[in-house]
Ligand binder design. Structure first.
Ligand code: SF4
Length: 85
């Protein structure tokens, strides 16, 4: 049976390490199952993974693996959030 690879970004990822208290453990487990631990074909579809790959910056907490925001929209939202704080 071929080995299923885990996302290489798992060590610092708050989803994988269940560090986001906004979501239940059950929800995080589903993300982990569907993205983080589901092989390259799936973890490369994770918006957090894509964001880090494209920007070299850590993905903000509001970005979930299945986020429909584009990388550009995420960057804009980060700028807006920074301007408000
Ligand atoms: S697949 Fe996404 S959520 Fe999972 S460890 Fe990788 S970057 Fe984090």
């Amino acid at each position: 049976m071929p080995e299923i690879s885990i996302c290489p970004k798992f060590e610092g990822c708050p989803i994988y390490n269940e560090k986001i208290t906004l979501y239940s453990q059950q929800t995080l487990e589903i993300y982990k199952h569907n993205y983080c631990m589901a092989g390259e074909e799936n973890y490369t579809k994770c918006k957090r993974y894509i964001f880090v790959q494209e920007t070299g910056k850590p993905a903000p907490l509001f970005v979930l693996p299945n986020s429909e925001l584009s990388v550009q929209e995420i960057l804009q939202k980060m700028e807006q959030d920074n301007a408000q704080s």
